[in-house]
Ligand binder design. Structure first.
Ligand code: TTP
Ligand code: MG
Length: 391
């Protein structure tokens, strides 16, 4: 079994206390670490973190975002202010009684929206299957067929967290699990800067200790109704049969019963249709050799064409992506005569593009993708297969 270093984002032997590569002790270990693919990511003290990023002198100070004065309330408090008992939605006067030394900054929604979208763009470099819940929170489906770069989901998540910190300057907490329900609960376990895993094996026992209000969709009204029936914890729910739950709460009862044991078949529903499908690989050693670049592209092409077939789409243009050893990104596009799903067509277009770029520069990453997605019915006219009438 392997463990994952959250700082260098590489794998190590499970059982080592620190990463032999970088010395970090931020190591994630879990029996199911390499099998799980559904993630929930939530930014830590989002508005406050953005303000601290822009005012580094406040980094180690308590900070409250919200309107000061009379009837203002706390929108969000940084983790230092939270130590003093400051909470979201608390009246500002009360917050300042608890933490008089806090700096108060009024919210700048346009700025937070911009940062939230930048964070999402970093998610998009890993997968197109992103379901935003709010500005600072999203579910990701990192199953192998959705990943731009082939690697276990856990590693893709470590890289995302790393990039958000280094490129945007705020931190996130990550939950990795078999489904949305558990992923959301996992992301709350270790805030801030957390990375928590809930596997199938421990789901039931983990849930048993929680109040019913921790279940997605159980709001205060439902919690009260359950409480009136003597159901306070998820363990109470687990002790009821499906028939009993349905009798008491109808269809919602059935869902509650499933959730209570950690089963959740809700899919991660992307916020927008994919605009492109791509696959890429980072080399172990930088290379400039045409044949080495083409071997890599050749290995990636079946992933792109397979993904097109599974999704019932075809690409109108081929895009290659190269990253130089100096981290400069080069993308080149070639339009196709007809939209295609076919690996051979993709490969030929990619070769023409790569040949022009293989001019001695060294590259650390190569990728191929398709753009201009159309329904598969518009792909590869029948005459290509030797028959049918041309359109
Ligand atoms: P949350 O993710 O709930 O909170 P957070 O990011 O501030 O802190 P945490 O580390 O616990 O995730 O909400 C995201 C942003 O939404 C938050 O920064 C401010 C805003 N928000 C409100 O405007 N009102 C509220 O009551 C809450 C809870 C959040
Ligand atoms: Mg948050």
């Amino acid at each position: 079994m392997r463990a994952l270093c959250r700082d260098c984002c590489d794998w190590l032997e499970a059982g080592e206390a620190a990463c032999p590569g970088c010395g970090s002790v931020r190591v994630v270990t879990h029996d199911e670490l390499e099998q799980l693919a559904i993630a929930h990511i939530d930014c830590d003290a989002f508005y406050a973190s953005v303000e601290k990023r822009d005012r580094p002198e406040l980094r180690e100070e308590p900070l409250i975002v919200g309107h000061a004065g009379g009837r203002g309330v706390v929108t969000t408090a940084c983790y230092i202010a939270r130590k003093f008992g400051v909470r979201s939605a608390m009246p500002m006067f009360q917050a300042l009684e608890r933490c008089p030394q806090a700096t108060v900054i009024p919210p700048d929604m346009a700025k937070y929206r911009g940062v939230g979208l930048e964070v999402r763009e970093i998610f998009r470099e890993a997968t197109e299957v992103i379901e935003p819940v709010s500005l600072d929170e999203a579910y990701l489906d990192l199953s192998p067929e959705n990943l731009v770069e082939a690697m276990p989901a856990a590693q893709a998540l470590a890289l995302i967290s790393h990039r958000v910190e280094s490129e945007i300057g705020i931190t996130v907490s990550i939950g990795l699990a078999p489904n949305k329900l558990l992923a959301k609960l996992a992301s709350e376990l270790q805030k801030p800067r957390g990375f928590s895993v809930i596997g199938r094996a421990e789901a039931r026992a983990f849930l048993a200790g929680l109040p019913v209000s921790k279940i997605n969709g159980v709001g205060p009204a439902t919690a009260e109704r359950l409480s009136a029936a003597g159901i306070e914890t998820i363990a109470d729910l687990q002790s009821l049969s499906e028939a009993e739950l349905v009798a008491r709460h109808g269809k919602f009862g059935r869902r509650l019963g499933r959730f209570a044991v950690g089963e959740d078949d809700r899919v991660v529903t992307p916020d927008r249709p994919a605009k492109s499908i791509s696959a890429e690989t980072t080399f172990r050693r930088d290379t400039g050799a045409l044949e080495e670049l083409m071997q890599t592209i050749e290995a990636l092409v079946p992933r792109v064409s397979g993904s097109l077939v599974r999704k019932g789409l075809a690409g109108s243009a081929v895009v290659i992506k190269l990253k130089t050893s100096g981290f400069q990104i080069v993308t080149r596009t070639r339009r196709l005569a007809h939209p295609t799903q076919r690996a051979q067509v993709l490969l030929e277009a990619a070769r023409a593009l790569i040949e022009k770029e293989a001019d001695g520069r060294l590259f650390r990453l190569a990728g191929i993708g398709v753009d201009g997605l159309v329904p598969a019915a518009e792909a590869d006219p029948p005459d290509l297969f030797g028959g049918g009438s041309p359109r």
